[in-house]
Write a protein that binds this ligand. Structure first.
Ligand code: AMP
Ligand code: MG
Length: 339
């Protein structure tokens, strides 16, 4: 079915309209503080199937269930360890997803066939209001076509989802710009399956044992089961060929000058990174937070500007920078030039 996709604002009337669509088993584009999500009733098999269809998402890639209050947790997970409660207290509402044993009422289509489910409480007021008005937890993956960069504005969602879903709520630019941190629990430990705005350093304030899964920094072996199924798919990719150039600003500039073509664009931290070289570029900013905020829009803009090759400066692998690096290596198909 082709929809005339409606762009809604965040007024109570618009949220009410979006909630009615959710109650009728439809899918709505929803702003969150991380990226835009494609939301549907997490308990409704058919509604969740529409999310997978709209995105072209592989069925074994699980969705995150979004809640607006802790009282909803009991109907989503079958067990809540003390450490999960401590994390909820410290970081919810906010960009942290916890993987916990699934409640039998959550359908396997939502959990990608797994006996665990990812759950988080978003802080964006429009997301909160939509969950509350819908009266159900909302399953919501990022609102991009599978494989393309995650959307951080309503215009990005429209570009990918126009005519595929009935409505998108425009909540402005997403603050974080990268998807939530995904964590799983050991006995008294935390494993980061996907880095995000809630950093390892922040999690260490709640638990002294925080490990980073090997899939965060390296390509996963597609023939083996992976802790975080999203990690195994080609991801976040613009049409342009992305190459990460790791080294100082001087080394970056030297590399770019020697490998430049007519269709090259650079993702840089600062104007000075390109010296006197006058070529198309997009600024990511200096801090991990700025880079996270700008990254996905930059990848989409690179395509719009007709770039065939994108040379990107390499983000720090600490703090929020780790999330930026994790997304960028996937956009680059793991092509990193170490200088
Ligand atoms: P997205 O909604 O696009 O941010 O993708 C959600 C990601 O969260 C998935 O691709 C997985 O990597 C991760 N995730 C969600 N649920 C689970 C789960 N039960 N176990 C492991 N990882 C999960
Ligand atoms: Mg996604």
């Amino acid at each position: 079915m082709a929809f005339e996709t409606e762009l809604l604002d965040c007024s109570p009337e618009s949220i009410e309209k979006a909630a009615e669509l959710i109650k009728h088993g439809e899918v709505v584009g929803m702003p969150t503080e991380t990226v835009y999500g494609l939301a549907a009733n997490a308990y409704d098999n058919e509604a969740v199937a529409k999310i997978f269809k709209a995105k072209g998402r592989p069925a074994d890639n699980p969705l995150i269930v979004h809640i607006s209050g802790l009282s909803q947790l009991g109907g989503i997970v079958s067990e809540i360890p003390q450490l999960a409660l401590s994390c909820a207290k410290a970081f919810w509402s906010g960009p942290l997803t916890m993987i916990l044993p699934k409640h039998p009422d959550i359908p396997y289509i939502t959990s990608g066939g797994l006996d665990t489910v990812g759950v988080r409480m978003p802080s964006h007021p429009a997301a909160k209001a939509l969950i509350e008005k819908s009266g159900v937890p909302l399953a919501a993956p990022s609102a991009n076509l599978s494989g393309s960069p995650s959307p951080t504005t309503a215009a990005h969602v429209m570009a990918d989802m126009r005519s595929r879903i009935p409505a998108v709520i425009d909540g402005g630019e997403c603050e974080a710009g990268v998807e939530s941190t995904v964590i799983a629990f050991g006995q008294n430990s935390i494993r980061i399956l996907r880095p995000g705005r809630i950093t390892r350093e922040m999690l260490l304030t709640v638990c002294p044992d925080v490990e980073i899964d090997s899939g965060v920094l390296h390509e996963v072996d597609n023939s083996r089961p992976v802790a975080s199924p999203g990690m195994k798919y080609k991801h976040y990719s613009p049409a342009a060929d992305v190459i990460i150039v790791s080294g100082s600003a001087e080394q970056f500039l030297y590399y770019v000058k020697n490998n430049l073509t007519d269709d090259t664009l650079c993702l840089i931290f600062d104007e000075s990174d390109l010296g006197d070289l006058d070529i198309p570029h997009i600024l990511l900013g200096h801090s991990g937070e700025q880079q996270a905020h700008n990254l996905f829009a930059a990848l989409r803009d690179a395509d719009k500007l007709g770039a065939k090759t994108v040379f990107a400066r390499c983000p720090e692998r600490t703090g929020v920078g780790l999330a930026v690096y994790n997304r960028l290596i996937r956009a680059a198909g793991f092509k990193v030039v170490e200088l």
